[in-house]
Design a protein around this ligand. Sequence first.
Ligand SMILES: C[S@@+](CC[C@H](N)C(=O)[O-])C[C@H]1O[C@@H](n2cnc3c(N)ncnc32)[C@H](O)[C@@H]1O
Length: 251
Amino acid sequence: MADETPFLSGTHQLTRSMAYDPDWVVEHSMGPNALWLAELLSQVMTLTDEMRVLDLGCGRALSSIFLSKEFAVPVWAADLWTPPSTNWQTIYAAGLQSRVFPLYVDACALPFADEYFDAVVSIDAYHYFGIDEAYLGYISRFIRPGGQLAVIGPGLREELDDFALQDAMPGWIKDIISFHSVEWWRQHWEKTGLVNVLVADWVPNSWQLWTYWCKYCYERTSRSNLLEQLAMLRSDQGKNLGFVRLVAVKR
Ligand SMILES: C[S@@+](CC[C@H](N)C(=O)[O-])C[C@H]1O[C@@H](n2cnc3c(N)ncnc32)[C@H](O)[C@@H]1O
């Protein structure tokens, strides 16, 4: 796949994730390539084998397996829509049953001890629950002081109100209503006084990454929702849509 995507290897050095079987990633994919996103996040945060990591909204556990394999971290693979038994099979097949633990959780009712995690990561999922004003106060309870909250997912280059969003991408409002800009997220977190934001950036070429992966998955699965997403990405041409990335440390 690396040969077909010069913009990937050139800009992002996605050498770890490119080594995985793309068919395996497609089979477990729930959106933009979770391994690419996990690798992009890993490049701006600290991960060591002594850390306990929560992968919040892990979907089919691709990123949990990737982070545990690449950085030797134990990962709690927590999700609402995918049953843990489904993820256990994938984790078992990857040989990571002693280091990746699948769980059914609602991000708003977590079953963990306070300050249990050294890092909480969330890949293409945090915008489902983290836009709530009170959520950072809630999730930060489960992170030890000095631990990290690291998030990557779809966002907007600039904030647009709902009417401008409707104009820019008619018909897509329900999908993108929870997308926000890097600056929105920075303020959303900083105003709480609970964390120091170390990284808040826009992933370069992210709409190309997203569009490429969407097309790649559609060609292999023919899923109609992918065709619809591809239409949205192509009509936008990276004007508004891409990936935002944030890493903060709990005070
Ligand atoms: C678009 S999928 C991304 C999944 C995975 N991280 C990936 O990148 O492939 C969004 C995920 O967010 C999870 N999610 C949404 N709301 C949630 C909540 N309240 N608690 C836990 N997970 C949630 C869903 O279960 C779903 O797996």
